[in-house]
Write a protein that binds this ligand. Structure first.
Ligand code: ADP
Ligand code: MG
Length: 350
C-alpha cells in the first residue's frame, strides 16, 4: 500500500524553486531572531515549518514535531486516494445514494471544494479522479504509459464527472453521491493540511511562523528578520532570468501556486499536465505557466490556484477581478513570460 496522497514523480523542478524561495528568505546577513525548524515528508512531497521562539509557549519542540506528524497522518488517513482504507477511499467505494457519515475535516474540505466548483463555473471539480487516473496521474502513476488515451475512454470517464452529484446533509455531516462519482482531493488537501498545521501552532502559543507543504504556504506574524515574511513568487525554472526576483511581503495569509511545469509528460513536443479541464477531459494546454493566489486559508488558495489554472489566463483573470481575488498569473509569451496581476494582489508586491 502506498501512503502517498500526491506522489510527484517529478519533484525536482519544485525542489529547485523552493531552494530559490529560501535563498531569498535568508538573503542578507541580518541578525535573525531565535527560531526553530521542523520538516519531513508527507503526501508525496515535503513540508518545512519555521517558528519564531516564543518563551510563553509551554510546549517542547519534540512535542510540536510529534503533534505535526500526528496531524499529517490523520489528514492523510482521511483524504488520501493512495490509502485503500482511507475515509475518502471508503466514501468512493460506497454505493450510490448511500448516506455516509464524514469526519469534520473531510466534510469541510468537500464543502469548500463545492464552493470552488461553483465559483469557477465547474473548472475546479473534485470528481475528475477517473480522468486523472486515465491520463496516468493517479495512484500507481510511477508505471504510467505517458500516452494519450483513446477518445472513447475519455468520453466514457467524462460521463462520471460532475461535483453536482454530491448531496450534503449539513445537520448530520453526511454526504451521498447521486451518481457513481469518484473523488480526488489532491488539488486542495495539501492546502488544508497547511491550515491545520497553522492552527495547531497558533493553539500551541506560536504567533510568528511559516508553514510550507508542497509549495503551499501560510505565514503568520513576523519572520526571523522581525518583519513581514518575504516570499519569492514561484517561477517556472526557465523563467528565472525572464522575471527577476518578484517577491511579496505577507503576513497572516496563505499563498498557493499552481503550475504546469511540475507534474506532466511530454509527447511529440506537447505538454500534458496533471491538471484536467473537466469540460473536455483533456489536460490543460493554454499559455498559463503558473498561478499564485493569496487568500486567508491555504485550502482555499490551493484549490483556487488550480481552478484558475484550468480557466486559463483570460477567464481566470476575469474571475479574479470580478471577485476581488488576489491572483498573479505568469503567461508564456514569445519573450519569456508576462505577469498579469489582479488589483487585489498588487498591495502585496514589494
Ligand atoms: P498544482 O499545484 O499544479 O495545482 P495540485 O497538486 O495542487 O497541483 O493539484 C493538481 C491535482 O489535482 C492533480 O494531480 C489531480 O489529482 C487534481 N486535479 C486535476 N485537475 C483537477 C480539476 N480540474 N479540479 C480539481 N482537481 C483536479
Ligand atoms: Mg492546488
Amino acid at each position: 500500500m502506498n501512503s502517498k496522497l500526491i506522489s510527484n514523480a517529478r519533484v525536482l523542478p519544485r525542489a529547485a524553486s523552493l531552494l530559490f524561495l529560501y535563498l531569498l528568505l535568508s538573503g542578507c546577513g541580518d541578525q535573525l531572531l531565535s527560531h526553530s525548524k521542523f520538516s519531513g515528508s508527507t503526501m508525496g512531497t515535503f513540508y518545512h515549518i519555521t517558528v519564531l521562539t516564543n518563551p510563553a509557549a509551554s510546549i517542547s519542540e519534540q512535542d510540536v514535531q510529534q503533534a505535526i506528524d500526528q496531524q499529517l497522518q490523520l489528514i492523510n488517513q482521511q483524504m488520501s486516494t493512495y490509502i485503500d482504507d482511507s475515509e475518502l477511499s471508503q466514501f468512493n467505494a460506497a454505493a450510490v445514494d448511500e448516506w455516509v457519515q464524514l469526519s469534520p475535516n473531510l466534510f469541510d474540505v468537500l464543502m469548500l471544494s463545492l464552493e470552488l466548483g461553483w465559483l469557477s463555473n465547474g473548472a475546479f471539480d473534485i470528481t475528475v479522479g477517473p480522468l486523472v487516473d486515465l491520463w496516468g496521474f493517479g495512484p500507481g502513476r510511477l508505471d504510467r504509459a505517458d500516452t494519450v488515451p483513446a477518445q472513447i475512454s475519455i468520453d466514457r470517464q467524462l460521463k462520471g464527472v460532475g461535483f453536482q452529484a454530491l448531496e450534503f446533509d449539513l445537520e448530520s455531516s453526511k454526504v451521498r453521491k447521486r451518481k457513481p462519482v469518484r473523488l480526488d482531493l489532491s488539488a486542495i488537501a495539501k492546502g488544508f493540511a497547511v491550515d491545520k498545521l497553522s492552527e495547531l501552532l497558533l493553539f500551541a502559543g506560536y504567533t510568528d511562523f511559516m508553514v510550507e507543504l508542497g509549495g503551499e504556504l501560510r505565514l503568520h506574524g513576523n519572520s526571523p528578520r522581525n518583519s513581514a515574511w518575504r516570499i519569492a513568487i514561484e517561477q517556472p525554472e526557465s523563467s528565472m532570468m525572464a522575471v527577476a526576483n518578484k517577491a511579496i511581503k505577507v503576513s497572516n495569509v496563505a499563498v498557493a501556486t499552481s503550475g504546469d511545469y511540475r507534474n506532466y509528460f511530454e509527447l511529440q513536443g506537447k505538454r500534458y499536465s496533471h491538471t484536467i479541464d473537466p469540460a473536455t477531459g483533456y489536460p490543460i494546454t493554454h499559455k498559463l505557466a503558473s498561478v499564485t493566489v493569496i487568500a486567508d486559508s491555504a485550502a482555499y488558495a490551493d484549490g483556487l490556484a488550480t481552478a484558475i489554472n484550468v480557466l486559463g489566463p483570460d477567464k481566470g483573470f476575469q474571475l479574479a477581478q470580478q471577485q476581488g481575488l488576489a491572483v498573479y498569473l505568469l503567461v508564456k509569451s514569445e519573450q519569456g513570460f508576462d505577469a498579469i496581476i489582479s488589483d487585489a494582489f498588487k498591495p502585496y508586491l514589494e
